[in-house]
Design a protein. Sequence first.
Length: 288
Amino acid sequence: MPALRRGLGWRLKDARWKCAGCDRKVSATAGTIFDKTRTPLTVWFATAWRMVGDKVGVSATQIQREMELGSYQTAWAMLHRYRSVMVRPGRDRLRGDVEVDESFLGGPKPGMPGRGALGKVLFAGAVERDDIGFGRARLAVIADASATSLAAFLADTVEAGSSVITDGWASYPAATRGLYDHHGTSVSASGLQAHEVLPAVHRVFSLVKRWIGGTCKAPSAPSICKPISTSGSSVSTAGTHAAAACCSTPCSATQAPRHQSATRCSAKPAAAAPPPRPRPGYEDCRPA
């Protein structure tokens, strides 16, 4: 029951509540992400279950098809509202044994590989590690892999005095000096793979890239920066939070190049497939 001025009110026929003190009419969903939505709550709940139940992410186009929604905008708005509340503000920083590493987001491109690659987004990750498994995770986009950028990331995500476990990158000793107990292991000198030296943070990186690739087939740098910079949760849901923003257009939508020939084709065009039949009550679903 919504908050009423005098604590008294009654339920109306349209499922809203009317305050006995000021005659104001409010909905049970007022002040929530479901406020003023025309989409049935059952569809909202089914979408939430779909979001957290798929390892490769879910796009708005896929939600529109599976929930039989009338428009792509409705599915996009639902996913955007969910993702906007997935991060708890003022959350505690990580503590104890924490793995820290950096990674890139972006497809293969010609040019210099590795840390010098252009056109990719560099982000850092930190994951708690204990005897029974992996704990909370934090992700953030960073300008570069310098000691200054890494020190700022550590200050925002890891409590002072914690044990920071990294690879042999030269910036970490300076970034952790005086604040953290640093344990670095050179991947090349150890003879191990990177995911063997830092299993927790590389599992998170794998989930993030899988979710980004499943949500946006060709995401731009801005669409990556926003979700990564606001994500943070347990390892099992880090990918969900990293997909906090999707492409503003359907992932399958493409435009013909401007130089495409305008020659008339004599072949008979294939008949267009009929649009999916919406369920009763879903025809007017639009984003709030």
